[in-house]
Design a protein around this ligand. Sequence first.
Ligand code: HEC
Ligand code: HEC
Ligand code: HEC
Ligand code: HEC
Length: 472
Amino acid sequence: MRGKTRGVVIACAVLAVAGLVSLPRLLFGNDQSRAKELIQQTCVQCHRLEGKPDSRFNLKAPDLIWAGSKYQRPWLIGWLMGKEEPLYAKGYRWDLPGAVGKHATVSESDANAIADYFQQHYKDPRVQVGAFDVTKVSALEVEFGRQAFKAHACIGCHVIEENGKIVGGPQSASLVASGKRYNLDWLFRFGLNPQDFVPHSGEFLADATEPQLRAVIGFLAVQGVKDFTYYEPWTSQEFGMASVERGKLIYKEYCSQCHGPTGKGDGPAASGLEPKPAVHANMAFDKLPTEYLYNVINHGGRAIGKSTSMPYWGLTIGQQGVADVMAYLKDTFKGAPAVTAQASVQPGKLPGVCPQPRKTQEAPGSFLELKNPLLAKSEQVAVGKKLFQETAKPLACMNCHGTHGDGMGPAALGLTPPPRNFTCGQTMKGIPDGQLFWIIKNGSPGTGMMPFAGLSDDEVWQLIHYLRSLAR
Ligand code: HEC
Ligand code: HEC
Ligand code: HEC
Ligand code: HEC
C-alpha cells in the first residue's frame, strides 16, 4: 500500500517534470484531438473540409477547405464563440426558407483548439504567404479601392459601412469588418479568380487589373479597423536614397515631352493640351507638400482631380524613379523670384494683379442664385481659413492662391491661367457666392483649379466667408 502510493507520487513528479519541458506540445496534442472530434462530430454536419470548390446551391454552409488560410485568428475565435456579426443577412442559402439562424458556439479553449487545427491541417497551398503587404497600403490607394469597389459593382452584392450606415446589397458575405476578418494573402488569391473558391454561386469576375485588385483589397483591409496605420511612400527607403542625377535623366526621358526640357511647359505635346502642362520652372517645389507631389506624379492628374493628360508614372518609372524625379524637381525649380518681384512693378501681366482677367466658365443658373446660408461670424471665417491654409485635400488652397490669398502661392506661377487673386475686390465683387461655391466643388474645367468634392457644403460656405474677408 505504502509502496504503491509512493509509486504514484513518483510517477506524478516525473510527469510534472516531463510536462514542464514539453507542456505546450502535450497540451497541443490533447487539444488537437479534441478539435478533430468537435469538427468531425458537429461542424461537418454543415461545412465541407474536403473536396473541390462547388456551387453554394449544393452546400449547407461556406466551405472550410481553406480555413487555415482564410481568417485572421482573433476573428475566427470570436466567430466560433458567437461574438461576431452574422455574415449572410439573408441566410447563406437565401433560396431556402428559414435560412437565417444563429451559429453554433464553442468555448474559448475549443475555439483556440479549432483555430490551431485549421492552421495545421487546412492551409491552402494556392495562397502565397506575403502576396499582399498590408504595411504598404496608403490612404490614397484605399480611396482608389473605395471607388473601384463601387465602379466594379462589388457594392451590388456585398455590404460595407459608410458614414455609420450599412450600404449595399446584402446578398453575399458582409464585408463590413473585412479588415478584421480576412487573411489578406487569402483575399488576394481569392480575388485573382473567385471561381477557384465559389463557382456557380452568383459570384462575379471583375474586369480589373492587378493594381486595381490590390487597391480594392487595401480598401477591404481597413474596413472595421480603427486607427489603421497608412503607408507613407515618401518616407520609404527609396526616398532616403533618391538621386538628383538619376532624376534629371528621368525628367529628360519622360517629363520633358510635355513640360519641356527646361521645365517651361513647352514640350512637343504641350500645344495640343488644355490645361497646359505646368510650367515647372516657375514653381517652388521645395515649398509644396511632399505627399501631394508624390500623389500627382505617382498616381497622375486624375487621382487628385487634375487633368488626365498628366500620366500616372508609378508603373513606368517605379518608386525609385518617382523619388528621384521629385528630388530633381526640388533641387532644380525653386519658383520664379525675379518674376515675382517684377509682378509688383509691372502689374497687368501676372497673378497678384488687379483687376484680374477672368474667363472662368459660368456656373449653372440654379447655383448662381445661391446665397451663403451661414452668417459671416468670426468662427465660420476661422474654419474657412484653416481649410484654406492647411487642411483642404487634395491640396490646401494657399499652395496656389497664396498665404495672403493674392494668387501667389508656390505653385501659382506654373499654372495657366493663374489662380484667382482673392484680395482683388474689383474682380471678386462681380462673382456671386453660388459661382464660387460651384467652382470649389467642381473645379474650373480646363484650368489648374481642381474640384474639392470631398468638402461638405458647410465647409465650402465657410471657405467662401474667408475668401470674402480677403478682398479689399
Ligand atoms: C447547422 C449548420 C452549421 C454547423 C453545425 C456549423 N456551422 Fe459554421 N456556418 C454555418 C453557416 C450557415 C455559416 C454562414 C454564416 C452566416 O450565415 O452568417 C457558417 C459560417 C461559418 C464560418 C465562417 C465561414 C465563412 O468564411 O464565411 C466558420 C469559420 C464556421 N462556420 C466554422 C464552423 C465550425 C468550426 C463549426 C463546428 C464547431 C461550425 N461552423 C458548425 C453553418 C454551420
Ligand atoms: C453579382 C453579385 C456579386 C458581385 C457584383 C460581387 N460579388 Fe463577391 N461574391 C458573390 C458571391 C455569390 C460570392 C460567393 C460567396 C457566397 O457564397 O456568398 C462572393 C464572394 C466574395 C468574397 C468571399 C466571401 C467569403 O467570405 O467567402 C469576397 C471577398 C468578394 N466576393 C468580394 C467581391 C468584390 C471585391 C467584388 C467587386 C470586384 C465582388 N465581390 C463583386 C457575389 C458578388
Ligand atoms: C503627356 C503630358 C505630360 C507628361 C509626359 C508629364 N506631365 Fe506633368 N502635367 C501634365 C499636365 C497637362 C499638367 C497640368 C495638370 C492640371 O493642371 O490639371 C501637369 C502637371 C504636373 C505637375 C503639377 C501639378 C499641379 O499641382 O498643378 C507636376 C508636379 C507634374 N506634372 C510632374 C510631372 C513629372 C515629374 C513628369 C515626368 C515623370 C510629368 N509631369 C510628365 C502633363 C504631363
Ligand atoms: C493646384 C492649384 C489650386 C489649388 C490647390 C486651388 N486652386 Fe482655386 N484656382 C486655381 C486656378 C488656376 C484658378 C483659376 C481658374 C480660372 O481661371 O477659371 C482658381 C480659381 C479659383 C476660384 C475662382 C472661381 C471663379 O469663378 O472665378 C475660386 C473661388 C477658387 N479657386 C477657390 C479655391 C479654394 C477655396 C481652394 C482650396 C479649397 C482652391 N481654390 C485651391 C488653382 C488652385
